[in-house]
Design a protein. Structure first.
Length: 207
């Protein structure tokens, strides 16, 4: 396992694995939610290899705790409208940002406890511009998934793989409107993923 972790710190190897299993297609499905002109916050962006697929122009803020990934992304994609930050996205980081149209949480919540997820979703809600949205996607359990998909979910590195209703319950603590769908035909390896769109932070009303 340590050998695999070491290999995945090599960005080309990481990107290759994403494409082999089809995780890149899952991320591409999520960034379809972004429109030209949006300001984007990507928490847990890794090397952000999908950055060239974002509709331009966008203003992009990427956060990750893995320095080699951030360095790789900054060297390739960093510029006036794209910044990559090595560190935890916390309250100080949130205060440093302008209003954000789209927050991406790609594959994060199933690695976080309920308390940690709520803290992150509250932070995400706090940076949204009027009409902004949070997009998340996570490995999930769901009744129609096959044996391979369930095995993949049970053996995911994330310790908090949940059913869709559990993810939705967490989201509703921070947002007034939550929509979701199960994605089961995106990756090459059978898997089930819960995609959520969260809008209207609690305390606000829809336009």
């Amino acid at each position: 396992m340590e050998g695999l972790k070491g290999l995945l710190r090599h960005v080309p190897a990481y990107v290759l694995l994403q494409r082999v299993v089809g995780a890149d297609r899952l991320r591409y499905r999520c960034i379809d939610e972004i429109r030209p002109g949006d300001s984007v916050l990507d928490v847990g962006c890794g090397p952000a290899y999908y950055f060239p697929r974002l509709p331009q122009p966008v203003t992009y803020h990427g956060f990750d705790t893995d320095a080699p990934y951030i360095d790789w992304a900054q060297n390739r994609f960093g510029g006036e409208n794209a910044g990559f930050h090595c560190g935890i996205f916390d309250e100080d980081a949130a205060r440093s940002l302008p209003p954000i149209d789209v927050v991406l949480l790609l594959g994060l919540l199933h690695h976080l406890s309920d308390e940690e997820s709520t803290q992150l979703l509250d932070l995400a809600a706090s940076v949204l511009s009027p009409g902004g949205r949070v997009i998340s996607v996570d490995t999930c359990f769901e009744p129609t998934q096959g044996r391979i998909s369930r095995w993949m979910a049970e053996n995911d590195r994330g310790e908090y793989v949940r059913e869709p209703a559990e993810f939705e319950k967490l989201a509703l603590q921070s947002f007034g409107e939550v929509e979701g769908e199960v994605l089961s035909d995106v990756t090459h390896v059978p898997g089930s993923y819960w995609l959520m769109r969260m809008t209207t932070p609690n305390g606000l009303t829809a336009d």
